[in-house]
Design a protein around this ligand. Structure first.
Ligand code: C2O
Length: 533
């Protein structure tokens, strides 16, 4: 195994999209940012130097960070931010993982422009569990605001209103050919007969996305850096924070084929704006306009999302076995949703809030992990509820007296205990799909359904044989998802909705994994350059 050194300079860079130029926060002047390449078992050392006027942190989304929570990155959860002019060295070892993940800023909405790919190759000499592709290609989805993104969120928080939606989606940083601008969209160059592995990353801020290529199917082989049973599809579905490896065979002889990403939202909330497009182009093709897609899923194409999600199964091979915990130590039930609270200073006298079990998480003033490690009192409380205080009809009309509470609360579990969480979507304000991300662990997605979770019959349908393993899972609109994991990583681990608008409104909480006695059961000491608040 190797030690790989990276330098991430956080700098402003003038960037032109949608016919206008503005300075954006970038790593090394790139949008999307540089790719972090490593092999399983390698140690990665990234020196992040902050040259902009914003506080920043970087999160290595999906990297397990065994005992190295100090390198995880969410601001005020595992570290205080890196202040302007300061630097911080993230150091971690990639253990038991190979595949595609992403890194991104983890403070306010800076991840809109501060993100990039993590590519983890298998150990030297270990093949993929599928035929070796001729070539690999990284494809990152994002969103672009014509306005300054930090101003968008700040204004929303002050007014209590929803923030403005983005002006376009992007594929590898590009909206695609745009009227009156000479901008080029993303092009995937292929040769007939060759197979390509697309490492697809959804780094969009607020939108779950469909991805299609005209005239070509995709074979899904991996999600969130875990192998899946291969399956064929003409439409890929991916939530922010999720990653998917898909094989594509260039089985046409010539031509140019449209690539499109379009948003999924099964409620009436308006999303985006502009379907980002690109093209797949066969070598030496001269034709100018690409073959169009026969269909693009409509914005509310829930059946398409279900078909995709239901096809995902872990590989569960001899080499990559699926080990779902059977005995459960903590059986938790979390409602996730958006609501409204009174707000005297807000435009409508109220503001949108989002919560888990009716608690809207308040960011602490020092990092939870520091408070935990040094036993600093008064930063958080241990009383995050494992169940809703009063059960109600979660997917029906909400009880009128239910107001969201604020708090900085954590849920404590012992090292190596097993945890099941049923994530129940609620119908407060508007029912919406929530991609929930857990730091520090992969979990098994053992079940999902519509309506209220049925504690008697629901578990009977759990898949404990080959459920897909991942770090970010969609909780369906008006329904639920169930996950299981073993708390085998000591530290403080964030759980939140990966739609940045919902995180901002408070849809987040943290687990503390503790009581370690053995040498592998406690977090390592903090690095000497750990930023202070
Ligand atoms: Cu990709 Cu806590 O985030």
């Amino acid at each position: 195994s190797l030690v790989r050194h990276y330098k991430f300079s956080v700098v402003l860079k003038n960037t032109t999209r949608l016919c206008a130029t503005k300075p954006i926060v970038t790593v090394n002047g790139k949008f999307p940012g540089p790719t972090l390449l490593a092999r399983e078992d390698d140690t990665v050392i990234v020196r992040v130097v902050n040259h902009v006027q914003y506080n920043i942190t970087i999160h290595w989304h999906g990297v397990r960070q065994f005992r190295t929570g100090w390198a995880d990155g969410p601001a005020y959860i595992t570290q205080c931010p890196i202040q302007p002019g300061q630097s911080y060295i993230y150091s971690f070892t990639i253990t038991g993982q190979r595949g595609t993940l992403l890194w991104h800023a983890h403070i306010t909405w800076l991840r809109a422009t501060v993100h990039g790919a993590i590519v983890i190759l298998p150990k030297r000499g270990v093949p993929y569990p599928f035929p070796k592709p001729d070539k690999e290609e990284i494809i990152v989805f994002g969103e672009w605001w014509k306005a300054d993104v930090e101003a968008v969120v700040n204004q929303a928080m002050q007014s209590g209103l929803a923030p403005n939606i983005s002006d376009s989606h992007t594929i590898n940083g590009h909206p695609g050919p745009f009227p009156n601008c000479s901008s080029q969209g993303y092009t995937l160059h292929v040769e007939t007969g060759k197979t390509y592995m697309l490492r697809i990353i959804n780094a969009a801020v607020n939108d779950e996305l469909f991805f299609k290529i005209a005239g070509h199917n995709l074979t899904i082989v991996e999600v969130d850096a875990t192998y899946t049973k291969p399956f064929k599809t003409d439409t890929l579905f991916i939530a922010p924070g999720q990653t998917t490896n898909a094989l594509l065979t260039a089985d046409q002889t010539t031509g140019k084929y449209l690539i499109a990403i379009s948003p999924f939202m099964d409620t009436v909330v308006p999303v985006d704006n502009l379907t980002a497009t690109g093209a797949l182009r066969y070598k030496s093709t001269v034709s100018f306009s690409p073959t169009a897609l026969t269909t693009i899923p409509p914005q509310n194409a829930t059946p398409v999302t279900n078909a995709f999600i239901d096809s995902l199964r872990s590989l569960n091979s001899k080499q990559f076995p699926t080990k779902v915990p059977v005995k459960i130590d903590h059986s938790l039930f979390f409602t996730v949703g958006v609501g409204i609270n009174p707000c005297a200073t807000c435009v409508n006298g109220s503001r949108a809030v989002a919560n888990i079990n009716n608690i809207s998480f308040v960011m602490p003033t020092t990092a939870l992990l520091q408070a935990h490690y040094y036993n600093i009192r008064g930063i958080f409380t241990d009383d995050f509820p494992g169940n809703p205080a009063i059960p109600y009809n979660y997917t029906g009309n909400p009880p009128s007296n239910l107001q969201t509470m604020n708090g900085t609360k954590v849920y404590r579990v012992a090292f190596n205990s097993t945890v099941q969480v049923v994530l129940q979507g609620t119908a407060f304000l508007a029912p919406e799909s929530h991609p929930i991300h857990l730091h520090g662990f992969n979990f098994y997605a053992i079940g999902k359904g519509v309506g209220n979770f049925d504690p008697v019959n629901g578990p009977k349908k759990f898949n404990l044989v080959d459920p897909v393993e991942r770090n970010t899972i969609g909780v369906p609109t008006g329904g639920w998802s169930a996950i299981r994991f073993r708390a085998d990583n000591p530290g403080v681990w964030f759980l939140h909705c990966h739609l940045e608008v919902h995180t901002t409104w408070g849809l987040k909480m943290a687990f503390v994994v503790d009581n370690g006695k053995g040498p592998n059961e406690t977090i390592l000491p903090p690095p000497t350059d750990l930023p202070m608040c």
